[in-house]
Ligand binder design. Structure first.
Ligand SMILES: C[S@@+](CC[C@H](N)C(=O)[O-])C[C@H]1O[C@@H](n2cnc3c(N)ncnc32)[C@H](O)[C@@H]1O
Length: 219
């Protein structure tokens, strides 16, 4: 199964073991991980009827029903205890934080959390670090003209991170990949365009100027 660039970047971070994909939808990621021998067992979790039915069918069609268990449940509320890695992708950052914080005891055996949030990424980095995880790896991809940041957390004492780390990612801002630079150069162009074409309040102009300055210092 050919994965999108975004799903491939997530796939590349998944360690061997037992994995739960929360908000699995089409099930492509978990099915590929199992079919290619990356994981020994998978749980595909969905809380909405339409996607759940699609998921059950995709797992049946893949012939992996013995090793991938579809679960109709909310987030990690019924997370089985044999899971050591969870993936939560394709959702808003606050939704991801809410899912993780709702049942902290369920994370007892979870060593790795891989996330791909649409938004609120700095706050998500901060909150997951405060939950007892450190950022072990990050990647940024441009998939169909949109930038996605994939973050891998592993259980461990929270390392010191400053606001630049939360905003730009401790790994990403060190690596400064071409895609990272492109993302923030295009954000600067977007800000310049806003400043020159829109009627904005003084506070908004100040915020945009500050954002531009933070980006310039990181690039
Ligand atoms: C946009 S899709 C992303 C699918 C896939 N993870 C990906 O990245 O391509 C988000 C999925 O998460 C599911 N979802 C949202 N909140 C959830 C929750 N609390 N528990 C389980 N599934 C949830 C939605 O029903 C939807 O199918």
């Amino acid at each position: 199964m050919k994965l999108s660039k975004r799903l491939q970047a997530i796939y590349d971070m998944v360690p061997n073991g037992v994995v739960a994909d929360i908000g699995s939808d089409h099930g492509k990621l978990i099915i590929s991980l199992f079919q290619n021998g990356i994981i020994s067992k998978g749980y595909a979790i969905e809380n909405k009827k339409g996607p759940y039915s699609r998921l059950v069918k995709a797992i049946e069609d893949s012939g992996c029903s013995d090793s991938i268990v579809p679960m109709f449940s909310d987030g990690i509320s019924e997370l089985p205890s044999d899971i050591d890695t969870i993936v939560i992708a394709g959702m808003g950052g606050f939704n991801i934080i809410e899912i993780l914080k709702a049942h902290p005891l369920k994370l007892k055996n979870v060593r790795t959390i891989i996330v791909d949030a649409h938004n609120s990424i700095p706050e998500m980095r901060k909150q997951i670090c405060y939950m007892g995880y450190i950022i072990a790896d990050e990647d940024i991809v441009n998939d169909g003209g949109k930038y996605y940041e994939i973050i891998k957390f592993i259980a461990g004492e929270c390392a010191y991170l400053d606001n630049n780390d939360f905003e730009f990612g401790p790994v990403l801002r060190k690596e400064k990949s071409l895609t990272f630079k492109e993302k923030y150069q295009s954000r600067i162009a977007e800000i310049d365009n806003l400043l020159s074409t829109k009627k904005l309040s003084g506070d908004r102009i100040l915020d945009l100027d500050k954002e531009k300055e933070r980006i310039r210092r990181v690039l």
